[in-house]
Design a protein around this ligand. Structure first.
Ligand code: HEM
Length: 144
């Protein structure tokens, strides 16, 4: 069996060219690349908490322009599920105040649910809007 040097060298040479081009264009990976991802999160925060908050925010916005009780119920259910996820994720910077805040939020949310159950869309939406005050209070407290 003949050893074909070209068949080995050409792919190797091509890979060297491609990899070194990527290295030149992107620069060598540095410690700050992984640190940057960490810096995006506030101290004490976490990816699961941030993801839960984002989904809460999305459902909060949709809920205040809901046109029907059924539509609102869907957003409230998802908001509730993600508020529970946020509660589980916790906030290591100030765990106790965080749990107090999430409990206030969940209590407020159950008053939204009461208004939905009573068939009062406007009251439910107004109570939902009032949750923004709890958000402001705690975001302010934690400077997030
Ligand atoms: C209507 C209620 C709330 C909404 C819509 C909301 C929404 C959000 C959003 C959109 C973020 C930014 C997430 C990101 O981009 O990474 C955030 C961050 C945060 N929120 Fe809320 N929030 C609410 C209530 C609360 C409450 C009651 C607390 C505390 C008890 C709280 C604690 C935090 C913390 C600690 C962060 C920073 C998370 C991190 O950096 O990992 N939020 N929230």
């Amino acid at each position: 069996m003949q050893f074909n040097l070209k068949a080995v060298l050409i792919p190797v040479a091509l890979s060297v060219v491609v990899l070194s081009t990527a290295y030149i264009v992107n620069g060598a990976p540095t410690a700050s690349d992984s640190m940057q991802a960490e810096e995006i999160k506030k101290e004490g925060g976490s990816k699961p908490l941030s993801a839960a908050m984002k989904t809460m925010g999305f459902n909060f916005k949709r809920s205040i322009s809901a046109k029907t009780l059924d539509e609102l119920q869907g957003y409230v259910d998802e908001f509730h599920a993600y508020a529970e996820k946020a509660k589980k994720a916790g906030y290591s910077e100030d765990p106790e105040a965080f749990q107090t805040g999430v409990s206030e939020l969940l209590t407020g949310l159950s008053s939204v649910q009461d208004a939905i159950n009573a068939g009062d869309l406007d009251l439910a939406k107004n109570r939902m809007k009032a949750l923004n005050d709890i958000k402001k209070q705690y975001h302010g407290k934690f400077d997030v």
